[in-house]
Design a protein around this ligand. Structure first.
Ligand SMILES: CC(C)(COP(=O)(O)OP(=O)(O)OC[C@H]1O[C@@H](n2cnc3c(N)ncnc32)[C@H](O)[C@@H]1OP(=O)(O)O)[C@@H](O)C(=O)NCCC(=O)NCCS
Length: 375
């Protein structure tokens, strides 16, 4: 068996940002227009009026201050309220592949690895731009990588599940150098017209390069152990899929709310926090790691209070900010990429031998933990 190590990470961050104030202004303009257009139905009790969103609520409930997006103009236009991206021909790189190329190139540079040496690309994300050919195969071709590539989707846990899949293949010898890449265009599946969730997501792409330790020029972290778990829940759901055309009710897909992200946020909060804390603690226990010996937690970035709860439960005390770095104030929830952004941007200050954990959680429900040791 070979030992997998992380040798590089990369983050592609879109150029455009939307602050909470900009977001709320656009949403409230949309809500006012909607209420004016449906005034008589609202007065007759046939349609619910849309309540205004608030900057204070968003920050207090989530900890989010802004998000990066691929197209802010469409999202902030009260008559559009979604990103508008130029349609590309089949001969051009897709949007996800283009983001992935940037993040992968950064990860390869950090590791001092040429793309031609990579023999496995896993594109692990919450949504894929098309059904096939796999986005991962397109990324493989754009990079000039060899071997094989495939897409996988475990929603917010895609990155850690991808790291487990790649690590296991490296251990077994079926791959030598693997890129796990997470292009997340969350703005495309968020319902920006829904006050309960319009502030949640942002766009980004992360990449993690994993190699065998005996072939790595600049290993950063040893992957000591990975653990994935799932438990079915409808509390985070998106019904979009290849059967959309087969649905019998109205063809106005724009108005089919369940074709975008839906959640019961309160329930998710209450059910996922204990699941994640217990998962990390039992994974650490089985690896003989005491909470006192855990130096850092790079958690999924959905909600600041959620992370504070998990951090307290795992360490048995309030973590210091550097022990549990958050990036969601700047990036919002970026689905599977969140814990990897935190990992990539906040890995300094650790000493050789320090034990840390990357942990993601979300729809499925799913939870994935990767216990790493600083080299
Ligand atoms: C989504 C989330 C931030 C909402 O926070 P919350 O405290 O649960 O808020 P609730 O939905 O219970 O709403 C509380 C109140 O704020 C109101 N509210 C909701 N959105 C609002 C907004 N944008 N602006 C102002 N008020 C708002 C609600 O109507 C409700 O009002 P009421 O008390 O009068 O009924 C939180 O539940 C969460 O982060 N959950 C976990 C989500 C998660 O991790 N999902 C994974 C996604 S991949």
């Amino acid at each position: 068996m070979h030992q997998p190590v992380i040798t590089g990470t990369g983050v592609f961050t879109p150029e455009q940002t939307i602050t909470n104030a900009e977001l709320v202004e656009a949403f409230n303009a949309y809500a006012e227009k909607f209420n004016a257009a449906h005034a008589s139905e609202i007065a007759a009790g046939e349609v619910d009026a849309k309540d205004a969103s608030s900057v204070e609520f968003i920050f207090k409930a989530s900890g989010i201050e802004q998000r990066y997006v691929l197209d802010k103009k469409g999202i902030l236009n009260p008559d559009i309220m979604h990103p508008v991206l130029r349609e590309r021909s089949d001969d051009e790189p897709g949007v996800m592949a283009e983001m992935a190329l940037d993040a992968c190139t950064k990860a390869l540079k950090e590791a001092g690895v040429d793309a031609s040496e990579v023999d496995l690309v896993i594109c692990a994300a919450s949504n894929h731009e098309r059904a096939y050919p796999a986005i991962a195969v397109e990324i493989q071709q754009l990079l000039g990588a060899g071997g094989f590539a495939f897409d996988m989707n475990v929603a917010c846990s895609s990155a850690t599940f991808g790291i487990q899949a790649a690590s296991d293949m490296l251990r077994a010898g079926s791959a030598r150098k693997a890129l796990v890449v997470n292009p997340e265009i969350c703005s495309g599946h968020l319902e920006w017209r829904d006050r309960d969730c319009h502030f949640i997501f942002g766009d980004v792409c992360t990449a993690t390069l994993i190699e065998r330790d005996d072939e790595a020029k600049s290993p950063l972290f040893k992957i000591r152990s990975t653990r994935c778990a799932t438990e079915f829940s409808n509390n985070i759901r998106n019904n979009n899929g290849f059967l959309r055309r087969a649905r019998t009710e109205g063809q106005d897909l724009d108005d089919q709310r369940d074709m975008q992200f839906m959640q019961n946020g309160r329930k998710v909060f209450k059910e996922v926090v204990p699941m994640v804390s217990a998962h990390i603690l039992s994974h650490m226990n089985d690896e003989g790691i005491e909470p006192d010996n855990l130096k850092r937690m790079w958690l999924h970035q959905a909600n600041k209070s959620m992370n504070d709860f998990v951090g307290r439960k795992v360490l048995g005390r309030t973590p210091e900010p550097e022990e549990q770095p958050n990036i969601l104030q700047d990036y919002a929830n970026t689905s599977s990429a969140g814990s990897i952004i935190a990992f990539s941007k906040h890995s300094d200050g650790l000493s050789k031998g320090d034990i840390c954990v990357i942990c993601s959680f979300g729809a499925g429900y799913s939870v994935g933990s990767v216990i790493v040791e600083k080299l």
